[in-house]
Ligand binder design. Structure first.
Ligand SMILES: [Zn+2]
Ligand SMILES: [Zn+2]
Length: 228
């Protein structure tokens, strides 16, 4: 009630378009901007979840073995409003932005064949975690209402951005970037903010499987489509 009155008296500007945000449940973006988020267009590959026109089951890269994870899904396309939301989530300490995403994350886990009971956020390297103060992947992982394990997977290398690298450069950049600490679980759900090329998640899945994890599932909020 007090929140509602305060919001009416002092509406927050939307961080994306500056329109007034009158209800706190929308966090710091306005309903209009939230409504511009777009789902991944179907049909999708049953394994990696990428859009693949006229596909029957698995896409070429999945059939070639480029994706060591068993199942990957993303909620939205990495379009302009999504880019803004992820940016704010990552760099501006807008932790409240994770909450409006909560139901969509939970619905996806419930409807897309996810089996894991333990969630592992993609870890940041220690240096980056210290600089940023928090891990946006962990923030998202905590919205699922499942057990979150932040110790199983560790980032050994502070890998530079994968953007603009060729496939072989990405592989080199990522080799031995992660390690498993402690006893592996049978099934793990790895959560991150954006699925870009899938190479980081592939590397994580390989590392987890080498350590004895049987099934690796992946959930991200946004995705850059590989084939348009
Ligand atoms: Zn807006
Ligand atoms: Zn695929």
């Amino acid at each position: 009630m007090i929140d509602a009155i305060l919001n009416l008296l002092f509406p927050q500007p939307c961080i994306l378009c500056t329109a007034s945000v009158l209800q706190r449940r929308w966090s710091v973006a306005c309903p209009e901007c939230w409504s511009k988020l777009e789902a991944i267009p179907h049909p999708i590959c049953i394994q990696c979840g990428d859009h693949a026109p006229a596909i029957e089951s698995r896409c070429g890269p999945c059939r070639r073995g480029d994706h060591a994870f068993d199942l990957a899904r993303s909620l939205y396309l990495f379009n302009e409003p999504m880019r803004g939301i992820i940016h704010q989530l990552k760099y501006a300490d807008r932790v409240s932005l994770a909450k409006p995403l909560r139901q969509a994350l939970r619905d996806c886990v419930a409807s897309e064949g996810f089996e894991a009971k333990v969630v592992v956020p993609v870890p940041l390297h220690r240096a980056r975690a210290r600089a940023r103060g928090f891990n946006q992947a962990e923030l998202l992982a905590r919205q699922l209402g499942l057990q979150v394990n932040t110790r199983l997977l560790r980032r050994r290398k502070n890998t530079p951005s994968q953007t603009g690298l060729s496939r072989s450069q990405r592989t080199l950049n990522l080799s031995a970037a992660f390690e498993v600490c402690g006893k592996p679980l049978e099934t793990v759900l790895v959560v991150d903010d954006v699925y870009t090329t899938g190479s980081t998640l592939h590397e994580i899945a390989k590392t987890l499987k080498r350590a004895g994890v049987q099934r690796v599932e992946v959930l991200t909020v946004a995705r850059v489509l590989q084939r348009v």
